[in-house]
Design a protein around this ligand. Structure first.
Ligand SMILES: [Zn+2]
Length: 256
C-alpha cells in the first residue's frame, strides 16, 4: 500500500466538504433564495440540460424504475388509496379529454413497440373467450344488421369496393369452372330431405324467412366441387359464420 501525502486538490476538496457540513443551514437558505430569484433562468438551464441528456436520463429513469419497481408501485397504490375515488376518476376524465391527441399518439407508439407481445396476448384472449366473442358478434350483428348491410353495399359501390367485388367474382368464377359442377335440382331437394329440412350447422329447421342455402363442405377455394357429395344445406347466416374452415366433423352424417 502506498502512502502518498494528500495532494493539493484533495485537501481543497476535503476543506469544501467540511465547509458545507458546517454551514449547511446558511448554504441551503442561500440556495433557496437564489432559486426563488432565478426561477426562469434555472428552468431554462434545466430544460437545456434535459434536452441535451434526454437519452441518458431516460435510461437512468428506466433503470431506477426497474430496480425499485415493487416499491414504486406500492407507493403509487397507497397514494391512490388516499385520494377520493370520484375526484380521481373526474380528474382522469378531464385529463383524457384535454390530452386526446397526445394519448392517442402514445398509445399508437406503445402498440407499435409491443406488436408481437400484444398480438400474442390478444390471440390467447380470443382463444379462451371464443364462445363469448361469437355471442357478442351475433348480438352486434343482430342489433346493427340493417346498417351493416347498408355499409357493405355502399362499400361495394366505391372504386375500391368495385375492384374487390370484381376480383372475388372472377376468382369464384374460375374456381367454379375448374371444379366439378354436377349438382342437379333433384339432388339438391334430396339433400334437404335427407337433412330432414334442418341446417347442419345450427340443427334448426329451414323456414321461409331463413331458407336453405347451398354450402360447400370442402370450400370451393380448397378444391371442393359443386356436387351432391360436397353440398350441404345451411342457413345463410350460419354459413357466414363458418367462413372458409374445413371442419371434418361437419361432413355430415347423412352421407353415410
Ligand atoms: Zn343454421
Amino acid at each position: 500500500m502506498t502512502n502518498n501525502p494528500p495532494d493539493k486538490k484533495e485537501i481543497q476538496r476535503e476543506y469544501m466538504k467540511q465547509y458545507h457540513i458546517k454551514n449547511k443551514e446558511i448554504l441551503s437558505a442561500k440556495a433557496k433564495i437564489y432559486r426563488e430569484n432565478n426561477k426562469e433562468l434555472i428552468a431554462e438551464q434545466m430544460k437545456r440540460y434535459t434536452e441535451k441528456n434526454k437519452e441518458i436520463l431516460k435510461q437512468k429513469r428506466k433503470e431506477k424504475y426497474e430496480k425499485n419497481r415493487d416499491a414504486i408501485l406500492l407507493k403509487e397504490k397507497e397514494r391512490r388509496a388516499k385520494i377520493d375515488k370520484n375526484k380521481l376518476s373526474e380528474y382522469g376524465k378531464q385529463y383524457r379529454k384535454n390530452n386526446k391527441e397526445s394519448i392517442s399518439i402514445k398509445r399508437k407508439q406503445f402498440r407499435e413497440a409491443n406488436k408481437p407481445r400484444l398480438a400474442e396476448t390478444n390471440k390467447e384472449w380470443r382463444d379462451s373467450n371464443h364462445e363469448y366473442l361469437l355471442k357478442k358478434n351475433k348480438e352486434y350483428y343482430d342489433a346493427n344488421r340493417e346498417s351493416l348491410v347498408k355499409r357493405s353495399l355502399a362499400y361495394l359501390k366505391t372504386p375500391m369496393g368495385k375492384i374487390v367485388a370484381a376480383r372475388h367474382h372472377h376468382k369464384r368464377h374460375t374456381q367454379m369452372k375448374e371444379s366439378e359442377c354436377s349438382l342437379t335440382v333433384e339432388q339438391w331437394n334430396k339433400i334437404i330431405t335427407l337433412q330432414e329440412n334442418r341446417c347442419t350447422i345450427c340443427k334448426k329447421p329451414f323456414t321461409k324467412r331463413n331458407p336453405a342455402t347451398k354450402d360447400h363442405i370442402i370450400p370451393l377455394s380448397k378444391g371442393g366441387g359443386f356436387t351432391f357429395e360436397n353440398i350441404q344445406a345451411v342457413h345463410s347466416l350460419c354459413n357466414n359464420k363458418k367462413r372458409n374452415k374445413i371442419d371434418p366433423t361437419n361432413i355430415v352424417s347423412w352421407l353415410q
